[in-house]
Structures are given as C-alpha cells and as structure tokens.
Design a protein around this ligand. Structure first.
Ligand code: NAP
Length: 283
C-alpha cells in the first residue's frame, strides 16, 4: 500500500472539484477481495481503485464487467450503481493518454514491444492494439502467460524475445522490476471511504529486466513503474539516446479516468499531475 499514490491524487482532485469525497487506502490480503467488495456495498462506498495483485480477483467478484474488463479479465476501477458493482479497466487508456500527452507519442502504426504479461501489461497491450499499433510483441519470462497476453491484442499480438527490441518504436517495461520499496504478494485495494493506515514493502529492486544495450536512440522506452520516477532501465535507456517516459503519467491518467467514472465529471488532470510530481519528494 505504501507504494500507492492514488489516494493522494484522488483527494487532490476531489478538493479541486469542490466535492466532499475522500479516498482512503486499505490493505487487503489475498482471498479477502470478495469480503472487501461486500464491505463496499454495505458501507455505501462509491468507487474502488484496485491495485496489484487483486485485479483478477476483483474481476471475479463484481456483478458486471465492462466489455474491456471482460476481455482483460481484470478490473482496476469499480463503480457502485445502487447495490450493483461494475468493474472496469482504466489502466490501458491511462497509459495511451500518458503516451500522447507526456511523450507526444501516437501508437498508431508503431511497432511496440511489451515486457511482461501481467495485469498491467495486458491492459497496455490491448490499449496499444486499440490505438492502432502496427504490432504488439510480448516478451515475458513465462511463455504461457506471454501467449495469453499477446492474444489480448488479437491479430496484432505476437510472442517475441529480446531480439525484437531493436526494431521497436516503443518498448514498454510492464514488470515490477526496478520498483522501489513495495511490491508482491500482499498488494492492496484502495477505496473511497473511511480507512486505516497500512504498511507493506520489500527491498528495492535495482535489477534490469532487459539488457539496456538492446535499446537505442529513436525509440521511446516507457516504464510503468513510477517509484522511483526514473527507474534503472529508464536511466540506462536515456544514456543510450532513447526517449523515456516513467509510470507517473499512466498513474495520473488512469486515476483521472476512474474519477470521471465515479463522479460523472471531468477530473482536474493538471492538479493531479502537480500533486504526483511533488509526492516523491515528500516521501
Ligand atoms: P503482475 O500482474 O504481478 O505481473 C507481473 C509481470 O512481471 C509478469 O509478467 C511477471 O512474469 C513479470 N515479472 C515479475 N518479476 C519479474 C522478474 N524478476 N523478471 C522478469 N519478469 C518479471 O503485475 P502488474 O499488475 O502487471 O504490474 C506490473 C508493474 O506495473 C508493477 O510494478 C505495477 O506497480 C506497475 N503498474 C503501474 C501502473 C501505473 O499507473 N503506472 C498501473 C498498473 C501497474 P511471469 O509471468 O513470468 O510471472
């Protein structure tokens, strides 16, 4: 939970929107997702933002899935309509918005390589395909998961290897490798409502998921990890002349999209960006 900036972003947005809402983070342990969602109904919580590793369990526990969440079998955003919970996914759209706004990169016609095949990777793979990418190549440690993730892109998806990185216009790092402080087995579900402080964390991982000498100028290298803002891979990519984009933009845009689903009102993205940029310096 420590690694999540989402409550901070949500609350900054609610303040800027003049809404008397509050977002609070909750630690939810494996197996407790159905109970957490039952609490959402019982407590009248309007929306939930779901983080790793609970996105698939959340998809199985809501009453209804958006077509996208159905295709991904993962949910990062839940909206309550009376007693029914609708599961949706804003990660992929948030990533593509970040590409467009923060890196001036349009995926249309581009060759993309995604490193990783988990929930976030699948959302990005689908969003890149929907945005008109020429090809989405999935490179992952576990082959079967790569096959399943590539299928999310339909005819545009394929399974590849590190050798495919050289010809890519966009390389997306979608594993936790390089993330500081917290990841893994406990995870978290965030909610809007009344909460309690929670802690989790493992040692910082300074490893690289890819040999950085495979990266080159003319490429955009995007890392979904947002803490640290410049990951070891992005630093190495920049040193080799590639353009780089950290994970903060995706975090801000997926949170803004979630707020829009919860409130039906456009979110103040600039204010959320301001808070996101300042947050790492405060921690
Ligand atoms: P996940 O579902 O647990 O998937 C993790 C993926 O990373 C799997 O494909 C796994 O490979 C691979 N992986 C894990 N450790 C690895 C290692 N040491 N070497 C090589 N591959 C490894 O996680 P997720 O939900 O997709 O999240 C992935 C990352 O994206 C996390 O750091 C998360 O914080 C970040 N994220 C950021 C945002 C944002 O808004 N910026 C949003 C969502 C997620 P196997 O299949 O072989 O296990």
């Amino acid at each position: 939970m420590k690694h999540s900036l989402s409550p901070l972003l949500h609350n900054a947005a609610f303040d800027a929107m003049g809404l008397d809402w509050v977002s609070v983070g909750f630690e939810v342990h494996a197996g407790d997702v159905p109970a957490a969602l039952a609490s959402m109904r019982a407590l009248g919580i309007a929306g939930l933002s779901v983080t790793t590793p609970h996105k698939e369990a959340a998809a199985q526990s809501v009453d209804e899935l958006s077509p996208l969440a159905q295709a991904l079998r993962a949910v990062n955003c839940i909206v309550r309509h009376d007693d029914r919970l609708l599961g949706d996914s804003t990660d992929g759209e948030g990533f593509v918005l970040a590409l467009r706004h923060e890196a001036s990169f349009d995926p249309a016609g581009k060759r993309c390589v995604v490193l990783g095949a988990g929930g976030a990777a699948r959302a990005v793979i689908r969003a890149l395909a929907d945005a008109g990418a020429a090809r989405v190549t999935v490179v992952n440690r576990t082959h079967e998961r790569a096959v399943s993730a590539a299928a999310v892109a339909g005819a545009l998806g394929r399974v590849g290897s590190d050798r495919d990185v050289d010809e890519a216009d966009l390389v997306v790092q979608a594993t936790p490798v390089g993330m500081a402080g917290a990841h893994g087995t406990s995870g978290s579900t965030e909610s809007m409502g009344v909460g309690r402080p929670a802690t989790s964390g493992v040692a910082e991982n300074e490893a690289l998921v890819l040999d950085p000498d495979l990266l080159r100028s003319g490429q955009l290298v995007a890392d979904l990890v947002y803490h640290p803002p410049v990951t070891p891979l992005l630093r190495a990519a920049g040193e080799r002349g590639a353009n780089t984009m950290g994970g903060l933009g995706m975090l801000v845009h997926q949170a803004a999209l979630a707020i829009e689903r919860w409130t039906g009102t456009p979110a103040p993205v600039e204010e959320m960006w301001r808070v996101a940029r300042e947050a790492p310096r405060r921690s």
